[in-house]
Design a protein around this ligand. Structure first.
Ligand SMILES: Nc1ncnc2c1ncn2[C@@H]1O[C@H](COP(=O)(O)OP(=O)(O)OP(=O)(O)O)[C@@H](O)[C@H]1O
Ligand SMILES: [Mg+2]
Length: 334
């Protein structure tokens, strides 16, 4: 079966005054039809750069190596015109910062209409928004209602008020629902939610997770998060990133309950620590993405480091239906 998304050995760099920042260092992952894949890792490990790169929006970063296949088609080096056709309609990103992702000058209804226009006529959201004077007004409130009902929001006077609202009048959770509704209206092959629960309080976070759970299975989903709770609530499989690379991946029930890579173990222990237990620093902040270490990126702080780790980047080994890139493990025979 062809994967909806297959990323192989993706390297993305930023040229800065201080030197070249290696934000993605050989990311490989696959997401299959209808699957929900979580991408987990601490701040700075390259999650957002990865999802922006899938849309060629990583500017000023450069994709220097590797490939991105969408339904088997190589989109790594597509030009801007072709990428514009894919953005929104084929791959839709619900960005990390939902507060600024909606257009402050348009009502919710107008923004939903723009999403329908993109699906029906193509083009990019921002471009349509600029050219809307005198253009065709597509109104399909019935479809908006259906999508919001799918997301667990009943139609009625509250819904009518929502359609008339401007983004600043909405809560963070509601803005995010609007963004996900816009994404669903475009019926993409792949929906990416970057940090869907960041900056939301507990009640709204639960709402946001419930929204994603409703979407789960209906389309292929990438959920980017540093939060194990968000990943386990919404994903079938998880890929753990460290230093711009996937260091462990597999079904959520296996990886989250029995992480193998020393970094995954520290990360999960840090997140699941209970009162009275010391905080285990997972050490992502100590990694220098400019003067990138040789061998395994985690070796300078790994509690289980071996001499080989300092010189040789660990290959991906398949073990019990999971992948782990660590010299402590060796691929199972057969
Ligand atoms: N425009 C840029 N110029 C230089 N470095 C950048 C730029 N954008 C991102 N980076 C660097 O790339 C690395 C990965 O950043 P990225 O935003 O992907 O992290 P992240 O995993 O999404 O973190 P977070 O959880 O905080 O959102 C970081 O070290 C970041 O500083
Ligand atoms: Mg990010």
């Amino acid at each position: 079966m062809t994967a909806v998304l297959k990323v192989t050995g993706l390297h993305v760099t930023f040229d800065t005054a201080a030197g070249v920042v290696h934000a993605n260092n050989g990311v490989s992952l696959e997401a299959h039809e209808g699957e929900s894949l979580g991408i987990m890792g601490e701040s700075g490990c390259g999650k957002t750069v990865l999802c922006l790169s899938l849309l060629h929006l990583q500017h000023p970063g450069r994709i220097v190596k590797g490939s991105i296949l969408l339904d088997g088609r190589d989109i790594t080096r597509l030009g801007e015109t072709e990428m514009e056709r894919l953005r929104g309609r084929v791959i839709t990103l619900v960005p990390q910062n939902q507060a600024t992702a909606l257009n402050p000058a348009y009502t919710v209804r107008q923004q939903l209409e723009e999403a329908l226009k993109v699906r029906r006529h193509g083009g990019a959201l921002h471009r349509l928004a600029r050219n809307r004077h005198g253009s065709e007004q597509v109104s399909d409130v019935q479809e908006f209602k259906r999508v919001f009902e799918d997301l667990g929001f009943e139609s009625g006077p509250v819904f009518d008020r929502l359609l008339r609202s401007y983004p600043h009048q909405l809560s963070g959770g509601m803005r995010q629902r609007v963004l996900i509704a816009m994404a669903l209206l475009m019926r993409p092959r792949l929906l990416i939610a970057d940090e869907p629960t960041t900056a939301l309080d507990r009640a709204i976070k639960a709402q946001s997770l419930a929204t994603l759970q409703r979407v789960r299975g209906a389309l292929t989903l990438l959920v980017i998060s540093h939060d194990v709770e968000a990943i386990s609530a919404t994903c079938d499989r998880v890929a753990v990133m460290y230093g711009g690379r996937v260091i462990e991946s597999g079904p959520c029930d296996k990886v989250l309950s029995h992480p193998r890579h020393p970094y995954s173990r520290l990360l999960l222990a840090a997140q699941r620590r209970t009162r009275g237990q010391p905080l285990v620093a997972a050490a992502a902040e100590t990694l220098n993405l400019i003067d990138f270490p040789e061998g395994c990126a985690f070796h300078p702080v790994c509690p289980e480091v071996t001499p080989m780790c300092a010189t040789l980047a660990p290959p991906e080994s398949k073990i019990d239906g999971t992948m782990v890139a660590c010299h402590l493990y060796h691929e199972e025979a057969g």
